[in-house]
Ligand binder design. Structure first.
Ligand code: ADP
Length: 335
């Protein structure tokens, strides 16, 4: 009987528990044993794990976070750490390791593949939606819903005081969250990687000033700002609008609120489908093309399960579609 192990690594995302549940139940049904390592790759290195049963995954699908805990594991960046992890997998006779996480976690799989012969399967789990090989990552749907309902509340208070409001959203280095949330909330401006670079901030600032002056006669003016973009962050943008254009803004950095909460139905379904698909790859029900070798990722594109080499996933960017950016151009500060 095969021994399957699963871990959650890097930024946690709502829906990870649904994936753990699906993997465990499908693995048990296929006659496999299933283990969970705690705290990302740390649990592998320290051999901190538990055997997963149907009972261990009961009543978890509705919970945010991850019952296996997540963590960064700097040791994996050193060859000695990778060797320790590979040795642990050998010692525990693990045949397949499933990693639920983002691009960093997938790089960890690649490092492991050089020292361990077992099968490595990735499941895209991050709120940022920044992995290619899938339309959506697990957690993205919940995060944009959470951010949207938070910004709807900001709109109420911004309207009452007729304020200009900057809300910073997550997304790491792309604008999937910023664009979805900006459009969903009807924000007056979206400042994101697709329309703002370090080189054109003064231009963006000038356009923003114009837009605010023209549109802010009545009601509120909401600016959605992608994190890790504006030099000095949201506070710096607020200060610059104030000192360059005499515009006073209120400021809210949504932060980790976007990572928590009960997963949306969409995330629970996606996580369940991807968890089941990972086990179907292991039991042979899904047969990837022979040129797709370990480590692989299971994703969903246009409603279909797609298996992609992790190497390819990591080599391809997934920017917000330019078609989108063009279509909503009239929202943007750089107009
Ligand atoms: P995410 O998976 O959400 O992108 P991180 O980038 O923090 O999160 O990566 C999670 C973990 O994956 C890291 O703490 C480390 O243990 C492992 N990892 C990241 N990059 C590498 C790499 N180049 N080689 C080996 N392991 C890596």
């Amino acid at each position: 009987t095969k021994r399957i192990a699963v871990l959650t690594s890097g930024g946690d995302a709502p829906g990870m528990n649904s994936a753990i549940r699906a993997i465990t139940l499908s693995a048990l049904r296929s006659g496999f044993q299933c283990f969970g390592f705690f705290h990302g790759y740390n649990g592998l290195i320290n051999q901190e794990y538990t055997e997963l049963s149907a009972i261990s995954v009961t009543d978890i699908t509705q919970l945010g976070g991850t019952i296996l805990k997540s963590a960064r594991c700097p040791a994996m960046l050193e060859p000695s750490g990778v060797l320790q992890a590979a040795n642990a997998l050998r010692k525990l006779h693990i045949d397949v390791l499933i990693v639920i996480g983002g691009d960093g976690s997938f790089r960890g799989m690649q490092a492991l593949a050089a020292h361990w012969q077992g099968q490595l399967i990735g499941i895209p789990g991050t709120i940022d939606n920044d992995l290619s090989g899938c339309d959506n990552t697990i957690g993205f749907s919940t995060a944009i819903n959470t951010a949207t309902s938070a910004i709807d509340k900001i709109r109420d208070t911004a309207n009452a005081f007729e304020r200009v409001f900057i809300t910073e959203v997550m997304g790491r280095h792309n604008g999937h969250i910023a664009y979805h949330v900006g459009i969903a909330t009807g924000a007056e401006a979206i400042i994101s990687f697709e329309n703002c670079t370090v080189e054109n901030t003064s231009q963006v600032l000038a356009h923003l000033k114009n837009a605010i002056e023209q549109q802010h006669q009545h009601g509120s003016f909401l600016i959605i700002l992608a994190e890790n973009l504006w030099p000095g962050g949201a506070q710096a943008l607020k200060t610059e609008l104030n000192s360059n254009a005499d515009i006073n803004c209120a400021l809210c950095v949504l932060g980790h609120i976007q990572r928590g909460g009960a997963p949306s139905v969409e995330d629970r379904m996606l996580a369940t489908e991807l968890g089941v698909a990972a086990v179907e790859v292991i039991n042979g029900s899904i047969k990837p093309n022979t040129d797709i070798t370990t480590p692989i990722m299971v994703g969903k594109i246009h409603g279909v399960i797609v298996i992609t080499k992790v190497e390819k996933v990591l080599n391809m960017d997934k920017p917000v579609s330019q078609e989108w950016v063009q279509r909503y151009q009239h929202y943007l500060a750089e107009q």
